[in-house]
Design a protein around this ligand. Sequence first.
Ligand SMILES: [Fe+2]
Ligand SMILES: [Fe+2]
Ligand SMILES: [Fe+2]
Length: 440
Amino acid sequence: MVFNLGYYYNISKLLIEISNLSACFDPSLRGHNLRVALISLAIANKLSFSREFLLNILIASLFHDIGILFFKEKEQVALLKEENFNSRAIHLHAEIGFNLLNRYPFFKEAAKIIRDHHRSYSEFIGSPQKFSFPAQILFLADRVDVWINNRLLKGYSLLDAISSLKGKLEEGRGFLFSPKLLDILFNFYYEKEAFWFNLYTEEEYVRETVVDWLDRLDFAMSIGELLRTVNLFGFIIDFKSPFTATHSSGVSQTATHLASYFHFSQEELRKMKIAGFLHDIGKIFIPNEILEKPAQLTEEEFFIMKSHVYHTYRILSRFIKNEDVVEWASYHHERLNGKGYPFKLKANKIPLGSRIMAVADMFTALTEERPYKKSISSSEAVRMMIQLSEEGELDTQVVSVLRNNLKAIDRSRQISQRLAAELYGELKEVVSSFESSCKN
Ligand SMILES: [Fe+2]
Ligand SMILES: [Fe+2]
Ligand SMILES: [Fe+2]
């Protein structure tokens, strides 16, 4: 069954929102993935009209830098913007991106393109069976945008940036870049002013052009793919910090399990699963220094921390038309006595789904370790939460359902968190084996 896109979720926008997260560490990367997508598509379109081919290139372009969400050091992020692109270290973000996306059948082809998007043309020609050709398109598009954007940021005009581009690319002809792809760029686009004006304009406009492309290519997902994709996005959010690496998986499972005792329909349970995976998506905007601070937050820091739920609301409202999912996800820090945040809602405005999410979030967080606190056992957590429900913070009924079914709920939470932990461990392994191979 293909999901009815117009109904609940605008998958195109979802995809774009998540792929934009790669810019959250470095504002100068904003819009980079969108522009790269448009440049790649323009070139690819001269090679083939195959929907599959174009769609995979588009998805790969959007997500090509997603691996940087794993980077701690700013230097590694800076590498992506460097114009000298022969460094081996640059392959790390491509490897991470590949390892993350390759697990999902829907993203498999895009994953291969991402893996090879810093391979030079000579490497590709040396073993064309080993490396993906569409990756050559992405490589060229990426370098075009890095070159131009860097110049614009340095205060050069767009005309200056374009004029110097040609010579730079020609230096790499046949060695770094495929001659055929360079010819396409130069013969069809380079002289056409509108091509550049379309790219280096307001981000909103570029974003809309990408959405148009997705629509034109009939981008759609089955409901199963949608769930798996949202699950993947939950991982991308959680992996920002090792302390929250399995959090959204635990919350999603706990909330869905709790909701099943309240006779939620299959459809509602699915919505709960999605809301759980995405409830902390706004944390992407919170600096790790605050997320991982090993002491109490200052008033200022806590104020910033509170904005994560506001960002969740804002991001989700952009692509989910269904109020339930948005509210269940975004109200998880609201409290029945009105003392929560950030909307200061009172009980009559907090739906059952959000109350369930609040309980699932707190339960999961209490049983996890953080730099500022130790984990506590699930029964201790429930004891604390009963206290809080008596104080008017949490829903008494939801907490008592948790208490009465603690064993079953806790077991399913642990299983789903174990799966997330395994994936996180595997990706960490990719990083460390890559780093040691760079040293040798
Ligand atoms: Fe890039
Ligand atoms: Fe939260
Ligand atoms: Fe949370």
